[in-house]
Design a protein around this ligand. Sequence first.
Ligand code: 0X9
Ligand code: ZN
Length: 435
Amino acid sequence: MSVKVNSAFASVLLAFGLLLPCQLGLPTTTNQGDRIIVFVPTRQAQLDWLELIHSQAGKPGEVGENVRFWFGPGLLNQETIVFVPGGDYGRLVAAIPSSQDTYSWWTVQKENLGKLVTGETRRSSDISSAYRTYQEILNFLDQTQSTCGSFCSVEKYGTSYEGRDLKLIKIGDDLPSKRIVWIDAGIHAREWIAPATALYFIDKIVQGYKSSDSTIKSMLDNFAFYIAPLLNPDGYVYSYTFTRERLWRKTRSAQAGGCYGVDLNRNFGYHWGGQGSSSDPCDENFRGSSAFSEPETRAVRDKLLAIRLRTISFITMHSYGQDWMVPYGYAYNVSVDNYAQMMRPVQAAADKLKSLGRNYDIGNSAVVTYPAAGASDDYAASIGVPYAHTIELPDTGQYRFLLPQSEIPRVGLETLEALKVYLGYIAAANQPRDE
Ligand code: 0X9
Ligand code: ZN
């Protein structure tokens, strides 16, 4: 939900239109005719209409029933971007108030969204050559474990609402004296580059250990890694099934009013219910009925509490926006006490990324993005983890959530290089905390 918007998006959609549907891997889409509409309201009446459509989410029979707001509605003269399923397109367009100006206040991205997701054809056995299914992710964790002996272990830390295993892999000596680096991904279903990057990390860290790569070895001398590549498997499976919704964000738990899903990154119990979260079960940012109402957040909480004193760094990977952020983000003008200390390795990571050709914004999460209460980064900081971050992986608005899978190796490599630099900075603090 980054608000950084890039006008090259339309040309990218067209470029994808030239690609053939997939032969392997991803199933053929049935959502032909889905559209993205970009509105730029210049009059209050237009903004009011957008607010009205926004409020109709999930309400049967209403024009806005199935319209998903990716950005906005915000302010006058700001872009509001919506996703409209093919079956709802005609009725929405018929309802748009006509402009009193000579120019139109809305434009349609003409290309089929389906082609954006089905243009992906190549897959090889390399884990980073494709966006992986839930089952492929579990298989990869098990295969990795079977090749690295006692140096890795896969742990089931919970069960999702729909009954799927929540799993993480521990890499390195899991001794009480070893500080833990927690890395998770996939809390938001549609942000596929995040789980793909987590799998890249697992692959390269284990390979580096086996081949005695000196940087990886020294990382593993200092830290044990707990990597949970898919916090929201139900949402991911739903997003991965193109008869459903590629751009789904939440979980799939049944809610009041016939709507589905909780935004797990609004469900954690620190300032739960505050800014940037919604009490409306049909909203994309629905926070759940209470703090930790969802099995997925409870499972992360319980695991984190169990390893709290050993954990030196908590990193949660999202997309998109290219941001490396520091708590607190539940409101403006609130910060962790050790903000300056936390920013030092983040600055070093951003410098590394810049040297690799990627610009990241860094700083307080509310400032860099927007206030969002009930997020996991704030929770980790609130229980005393000394370094806690949300990373918004690429891009900055060209492909948004639909980053082509051919980008996985580059994103994986540059983020791992940045992580190495980041961890080099905090290695010195490698002592368990006393309570
Ligand atoms: O809104 C979010 O949950 C994150 N952005 S995303 O587009 N991936 O959904 C940002 C969360 C940043 N953290 C806090 N504000 N606490
Ligand atoms: Zn996210």
